[in-house]
Design a protein around this ligand. Structure first.
Ligand code: ADP
Ligand code: MG
Length: 725
């Protein structure tokens, strides 16, 4: 062996050893799971017993934490964070922008003699003051009073991110109105707990103190190469492609769903999992999704509030970690036209503090009765408040996806599956359960079938599907916070349960069973129109919706307009979740967000079309014309045909003049919209005039893309973006 070869061999052995060492070092997840979280385990070991118990009472039953206990918690939290390398803390909150916000403060307190101590008080833990004027408030906060407060949410663990102790908080205005997504969710969870504990008492359950709503959100996303991303102004500015002809291969081969992961994607997922686990997030299932370059992550479900925090952190980490692998994570609901978009399936269930899932049909009579009444409250709530559920997933991005035969239609309905349908039919008609059992059905007591769970969960076309022991809401957009849907669903559910309690509390003990039976039967009869077990993508369903009178709000604008209907205000006020001005402000903010999102997209399109596409088309036409002229010059001698160039030049010329008109039209529509001052009218102009003008422009540009040589087209085509990882 030459010296060089020797050195190379030694190097290779050294590297192999290194990898082995790395492998040795790789820790099992249970040794570091939650290591960046100040969780109950850490609290138990760092807090005096009394304080620990006080915090647990606050977390479990909502008893306020005394100030002196808060001081002790703050000091212990700080010591723990500092021991893990933190220098700063921040109140971490979720304003109406849809992303999280933080303002970092150092733990330092000057001593007056030039020195400092590291300090963190209960006051700083519990309440923060923040300039609220840069966050959307929808007119709630007069400009002279720009202060807003962040308030500690003791039910969600503090955690470490970038050497900063992050304290989950709600965010309210100086006058106490809600300005964020967390506070209404917490209030709605209280409402569900109050109402459901009250219901359970009627069934003789005196033990349960608290009822929780749980969520497992399945998060879809795209991963693309950073170089393709950087070459597209539309992706950079809006998160989706505003132009792009369909590639020769889409998803027709079904070869991506659950397919093998490429090395880069696998490395990304591994690192993502590890970082999520350190934050105590139960990331569990990772796989490729239907569309090329699309993936999904599903965590193990947890209580709604924590699931919402975790989902925000998951989205943030996905973006950060992708960059480390030379990738960009796209969370937009529809990054590529013609290719399936991304949603977030929100699995919703409700359980008691002793772990009983109230949506589990179970096999004991008692449980079945509770299951039936809970199911009835759910169905009636969805029927009565369908517009609220629809608007809870409304956004400009999700408008590009919903109703497109890849995501649920925009009409709300509930899928319950054939088994459960048989049960409800039998109850409604007071007849035996044909097909499942032969016994006479007697209020679910002895004839409740064992559910074949797998028959219930494969209807992918329904916005809300019963999947064995939970409801899966499939309308949510991938980029959205899950808070809005969950606080809406919880509030509705709490309201219906409260109504049921009021009815049942008035009947005597001996009439209770009969009254319950009648209530269940009547609720099924009056609300069965909301149930649809067929194919939600077919045209037949749209006709059927009309016949049943189920409302359809095809876009965000129509949906959001419903927010402040008097019956909805009454619902939120009665359940103490939002008041009238908070609802009006949310409507304003969300419509304004919509206008901004569409406005930015429209202006980005204009910019790209004018400065990039138009010049390329003119340039290529010129090239063709020059070729024609040259050929004509030579023609007397060589007799060369210019037929191809003639045809191409004329087709491209025609399209280019169409493009020019479309640009002009879009410019005009944008200026109409921007002149409107009322947000409702402005949003309508964006929806009715600007978006159609964008579609016209895109159609022409995409037709040009397939005619112009690829090396001249100003940005990478779909085939390059979707198939190069
Ligand atoms: P699928 O793709 O078939 O819907 P997944 O395993 O991808 O199934 O996702 C199911 C999600 O539902 C997971 O996040 C899981 O934790 C969650 N889930 C399971 N049981 C419940 C429950 N009782 N309440 C809420 N979420 C649940
Ligand atoms: Mg699912």
């Amino acid at each position: 062996m030459s010296g060089k070869e020797n050195a190379a061999a030694a190097d290779s052995v050294r590297r192999m050893k290194l990898t082995m060492n790395e492998f040795d070092k790789a820790k099992s997840p249970d040794t570091y799971f939650g290591c960046n979280v100040y969780n109950e385990q850490v609290m138990r070991s760092t807090l005096p017993k009394k304080v620990y118990e006080a915090v647990m009472r606050t977390r479990k039953i909502g008893t306020p934490l005394p100030r002196d206990a808060a001081d002790v918690v703050a000091a212990a939290m700080k010591d723990w964070a500092v021991s893990r390398g933190c220098t700063h803390f921040t109140h971490w909150f979720q304003p109406m922008t849809g992303i999280t916000a933080e303002k970092h403060d150092a733990f330092l307190t000057p001593l007056g003699n030039g020195g400092v101590i590291l300090d963190f008080s209960g006051k700083e833990l519990i309440k923060g003051e923040s300039d609220a004027s840069s966050f959307p408030s929808g007119g709630l906060r007069a400009t002279f009073e720009a202060r807003g407060y962040t308030a500690w949410d003791p039910t969600s663990d503090a955690f470490i991110k970038d050497r900063t102790l992050c304290i989950p908080t709600g965010f309210v205005s100086y006058t106490g109105e809600v300005l964020d997504k967390k506070t209404p969710l917490l209030r709605s969870m209280d409402a569900v707990s109050r109402a459901t504990v009250r219901l359970l008492r009627l069934f003789g359950n005196d033990k349960v103190q608290r009822v929780y709503t749980n969520v497992g959100p399945e998060q879809e996303y795209f991963l693309i190469d950073k170089k393709s991303f950087d070459a597209r102004e539309d992706l950079i500015l809006t998160g989706r492609t505003l132009f792009g002809a369909m590639p020769p291969k889409g998803e027709e081969m079904d070869d991506h769903y659950f397919g093998n992961l490429t090395q880069r994607v696998s490395d990304f997922m591994r690192e993502l999992d590890e970082e999520l686990w350190k934050l105590g997030i139960y990331a569990k299932t990772e796989h490729n999704e239907v569309a090329p370059a699309q993936h999904e992550l599903a965590p193990v479900y947890t209580s709604s509030n924590i699931a919402a925090d975790h989902n925000q952190l998951t989205m943030e980490l996905m973006k950060k970690i992708a960059l480390k692998h030379g990738l960009v994570c796209l969370l937009h609901e529809k990054p590529f036209a013609g290719i399936s978009g991304s949603g977030k399936h929100n699995n919703w269930s409700i359980s008691t503090d002793d772990g009983q899932n109230l949506l589990d049909p179970g096999d004991t009579p008692q449980d079945n009765l509770i299951f039936l009444i809970v199911l009835c409250a759910f169905l009636k709530g969805v029927k009565d408040y369908a517009p609220l559920i629809r608007l809870s997933s409304a956004s400009a991005g999700n408008d590009c996806r919903l109703g497109g035969n890849e995501a649920p239609p925009t009409v709300i309905s509930v899928f319950i599956g054939d088994d459960l349908q048989l049960v409800l039919d039998a109850i409604e008609q007071d007849k035996p359960l044909d097909g499942i059992g032969k016994e006479r059905f007697n209020l679910g007591v002895d004839a409740m079938p064992q559910f074949r769970k797998d028959t219930t969960d494969r209807n992918r076309t329904s916005p809300m599907a019963f999947t064995g022991n939970k409801f899966e809401f499939r309308m949510l957009g991938s980029a959205d916070s899950i808070s809005c849907f969950n606080f809406v669903m919880n509030t509705i559910f709490a309201y219906e349960v409260t109504q049921f309690c009021e009815k049942l509390e008035n009947v005597s003990a001996e009439n209770f069973d009969a009254a319950l039976h009648e209530l269940i039967r009547r609720t099924i009869r009056e609300n069965k129109d909301i149930i649809f077990n067929g194919n939600g993508y077919g045209d037949a369903w749209f006709d059927e919706c009309k016949r049943r009178g189920l409302p359809n709000y095809p876009s965000t604008v129509e949906a959001l307009m419903q927010y402040d209907r008097p019956e909805f205000v009454e619902l939120f006020e009665q359940m103490n979740v939002l008041n009238n001005s908070e609802i009006v402000s949310r409507k304003e903010i969300l419509l304004d967000n919509y206008c901004k999102a569409v406005g930015i997209e429209a202006k980005t399109m204009l910019d790209i079309a004018r400065k990039k596409i138009l010049p390329v088309c003119i340039g290529y036409t010129k090239e063709l014309c020059e070729t024609i002229a040259l050929k004509n010059q030579m023609s007397p001698m060589l007799n060369i045909s210019t037929a191809v160039e003639d045809a191409l030049a004329s087709e491209i010329s025609d399209l280019t003049s169409g493009l020019y008109d479309a640009i002009d039209d879009l410019r005009e529509q944008i200026s109409f919209a921007s002149r409107e001052t009322t947000v409702t009218i402005k949003a309508t102009v964006y929806r009715k005039q600007v978006i159609p003008a964008m579609t016209r422009l895109r159609t022409i540009a995409d037709a040009l893309e397939v005619l112009i040589p690829q090396d001249q087209w100003p940005f990478p085509p779909y085939s390059e973006i979707l198939y190069n990882i």
